[in-house]
Design a protein. Structure first.
Length: 52
């Protein structure tokens, strides 16, 4: 388990944080959001009433 001989508390915290992030469910790939990003449309442009 000890891949590094001397792991600092900061390194340990970062490793645990990365493990927790990897365990989280990922957002679905594709869909409207990524289509808008690929087309260069700013997110929310399809809702003109949201702008001031």
């Amino acid at each position: 388990m000890t891949d590094a001989p001397e792991e600092t508390p900061i390194q340990r915290a970062l490793r645990l944080k990365k493990a927790a992030l990897d365990a989280k469910p990922k957002p679905p790939r594709g869909g409207k959001f990524q289509r808008e990003q690929a087309a260069g449309i700013q997110t929310g442009k399809s809702k003109p009433w949201m702008s001031r």
